[in-house]
Design a protein around this ligand. Sequence first.
Ligand code: NDP
Ligand code: BG6
Length: 514
Amino acid sequence: MSSVNEETRHPFLEGLSKHRGAPPTVIVIFGASGDLTARKLVPAIFNLGLDNLLPGEFHLIGYGRRPIKDEDFRKMMDEAIGVHSRRSLNKEVWERVRQNISYHTGGYDEPETFESLAKKINKIEKKLGREMQRMFYISTPPSVFGSVIKNLGSSGMAQVHVQTKLASKVIVEKPFGRDLGSARELNAVINSVFEEPQVYRIDHYLGKETVQDLLVQRFANSIFEPLWNREYVDCVQITVAESLGVGSRGGYYDTSGALRDMIQNHTMQLVALTAMEPPVSLDPESIRDEKVKVIKAIQPLKLDTDLVRARYINGIIRGDPVKGYMDEADIPSDSGTETYAAMRLAINNWRWQGVPFYVRSGKRMARRASEIAIQFKRPPGILFSEGDKYNVAANTMVISIQPDEGVTLVMNSKIPGLETRTQPVKMHYRYSTTFGSNTPEAYERLILDAMIGDSTLFIRGDETEASWKLLTPVLKQWETSGSVGMEEYAAGSWGPSQSDHLLAQRQHKWRRSG
Ligand code: NDP
Ligand code: BG6
């Protein structure tokens, strides 16, 4: 098959030359009739189309067990775009994407439907007159990740094209295992079929603009990095709070809980990016090497003193009464699952020894707020220390990940007037004010990066294993204890009081987030 200049064949006309181009691509989404495809994946693909970032030759195949006709699947996706797209429908662009969407019905453990899928892809390539890279997005429940991967291997679809060297890639959704053992098993299955550079393990927090900006804030400014260590930092507080409850996902959530659902992946990534050493370059492996080192340097957690788990009881959020976790749909009456977890992490390396990293994540908290707060040591209380007159706060840099993305510096200032009185003030930088509010969704960035082969914002196998290694003893203990030791917090609060004690032991206090 011939090799053709990408830009001249690009059907989305202008704009591509400004960006890194993706080669001709066929994306197969396994589990395409599900929630994630409609809410995130296809809207992300449409928005890439709007930005002229889809490759010239592009095809999307939905795959699933339920028989769906091509046109019916396209109609489902029409609706998905209408409801979930960040930007409103542009009929011309959507029509171009839409006419390259089809559906393939099949089971996840049926080798014959994988073979017919391979034939379908060959047919698409033949019609185009060229080979395409194949991207397999596994968006099913995790119980079938393994069989999809094995069938991709046995059908030959995992192989790189011999002539054009166009890749075959697999994108694996979370949860990546449920503990260290199952994560290792899944890595072993994946690596028996795909080479590591072909594997893209998703953590959508890495696709968020503010999370990516963390590296820029740290390493593109010279004023923060000299202070970013045990000499100047008193503690670090990372909060990932949601006001939503488990909604219709009770069945899944009860087998997971806050530690597996949020802390093992999203929150640990925030810890790693905050605490890591400067990478030698911005290439994916250098960044991932540094992240793994930090996670490995976290000391084993002391189960009786470093952790708090809790679940929400009924309460009030934004004026509306909401029910407690045990009254949500599909939660068994003997559930031992936490909806909130907090912990104190000790990173035992040269930079961070002695600086506690407090981490918390919960559902049905007072508001949606994810942030990283670097609390610096207080100045010596020599000049401004006298009672009410001098209200001196610890300097704090707050990186607000969502919803109000930006950076805030808390510093002390003189209150204007004839006497010298001080007060903490805030210096704000807001993304929306500086750059406008139309920020790409995480999945747009991640799908584009996978298409062009940039794995920086994806998790490497050893990274996920290091994080599970730290947390598996905790999970084991919590599973054994069931509800014993489970604290409670009212929906709409900032979590249980025990979580305050976790900080009070070291004379710290949670910041009021958001
Ligand atoms: P769904 O529960 O909606 O399942 C997706 C599809 O998988 C279904 O439409 C169904 O298609 C098939 N499926 C469902 N249950 C089973 C089963 N027991 N065995 C085999 N196939 C099944 O999942 P989501 O779309 O919500 O999520 C997909 C993946 O993405 C999951 O791994 C999830 O953890 C992850 N994820 C989802 C998020 C979300 O917001 N939804 C957020 C972050 C991650 P069919 O019957 O046609 O085969
Ligand atoms: C998902 C979790 O990974 O992240 C959900 O499974 C959670 O339980 C979601 O609600 C939060 O993502 P975001 O982008 O809304 O903060």
